[in-house]
Write a protein that binds this ligand. Structure first.
Ligand SMILES: [Zn+2]
Length: 216
C-alpha cells in the first residue's frame, strides 16, 4: 500500500501557506518498466513527491519548500511571470514535474537533475493516459540526458552506461528507432565494470532486438 499524509508547506517565493499530500511509504510491487518506471501496488506515489504552490505555481520536492531553498530575486520574477499565470485550480502530476523542471533550470541546476524531473513528468502521463504529453516529456528528458552525458562531468562515470541505455529506451518509446539504435549501440563503450554492469549491455541488446515493456 502507498500511504499519503497531508502536510503544510510555506512557499519560499510568495510566502503562501498551503496544504499538499506527501508520501509516507510506498512499494514497488507493481514491477519495473524497461525505462525504470517503478510501479506500486495501489496508489502511484509519483505525483505526491512534488508539490506546487497553490498561489504562484513554484514547484519542487519537500526540501524546496524549506528555509534553505535556493530562491533568488530573479527566480521569483521568473515564477511570477511564467508559472503564476498558468496555474489552474487543479494540477496533475506531470504539470507539477514540468514546473519543477523549469524552476530547477532557472536555478541553474545540472541537466542530469532536470532530465530526471522531465522523465518523471512522462511517467505521470502514463497514469494520466495522455500519450501525446508522454511523448513530449520523453523527448525533452532524452535531450536533457544527452546534454548531461555530453558534459565532461555531467554524469558520474559509473552511471554513464545506464543513462546511455535509458536515452536509447526513451527514443524507442517515442518511436524514433534510428536514434534509439544509435544510443543502444553506445552502451558497451560506457561499461567500466563487466560483472556489475553486464545487465545494462544485455538490456540494450534486448530492447534493440526484442523489446520488452517490463524488466524481469
Ligand atoms: Zn508561491
Amino acid at each position: 500500500m502507498t500511504t499519503l499524509r497531508s502536510i503544510e508547506l510555506r512557499c519560499p517565493v510568495c510566502d503562501n501557506e498551503f496544504k499538499s499530500q506527501s508520501v509516507v511509504s510506498t512499494n514497488a510491487f507493481g514491477g519495473k518498466r524497461t525505462d525504470f518506471h517503478e510501479r506500486a501496488a495501489g496508489t502511484q506515489p509519483l505525483a505526491y513527491l512534488i508539490h506546487m504552490c497553490s498561489e504562484c505555481g513554484y514547484s519542487g520536492g519537500e526540501s524546496d519548500f524549506t528555509a534553505g531553498a535556493d530562491v533568488s530575486p530573479v527566480l521569483k520574477q521568473q515564477v511570477f511571470k511564467e508559472l503564476a499565470p498558468l496555474r489552474p485550480a487543479l494540477v496533475c502530476g506531470s504539470e507539477k514535474y514540468e514546473a519543477a523542471a523549469k524552476v530547477a533550470q532557472w536555478q541553474g541546476t545540472d541537466p542530469r537533475h532536470i532530465a530526471d524531473l522531465l522523465l518523471r513528468a512522462a511517467w505521470c502521463c502514463v497514469d494520466e493516459g495522455d500519450i501525446e504529453a508522454e511523448r513530449y516529456y520523453r523527448r525533452h528528458a532524452a535531450w536533457m540526458f544527452e546534454k548531461a552525458l555530453a558534459r565532461y562531468d555531467g554524469v558520474a562515470r559509473e552511471e554513464r552506461a545506464v543513462l546511455t541505455y535509458l536515452v536509447g529506451e526513451l527514443w524507442r518509446r517515442i518511436g524514433d528507432m534510428n536514434q534509439s539504435r544509435d544510443w543502444f549501440d553506445k552502451v558497451p563503450e560506457e561499461i567500466i565494470d563487466q560483472s556489475s554492469q553486464h545487465w545494462v549491455v544485455a538490456a540494450a541488446d534486448q530492447q534493440r532486438s526484442d523489446p520488452q515493456e517490463w524488466f524481469g
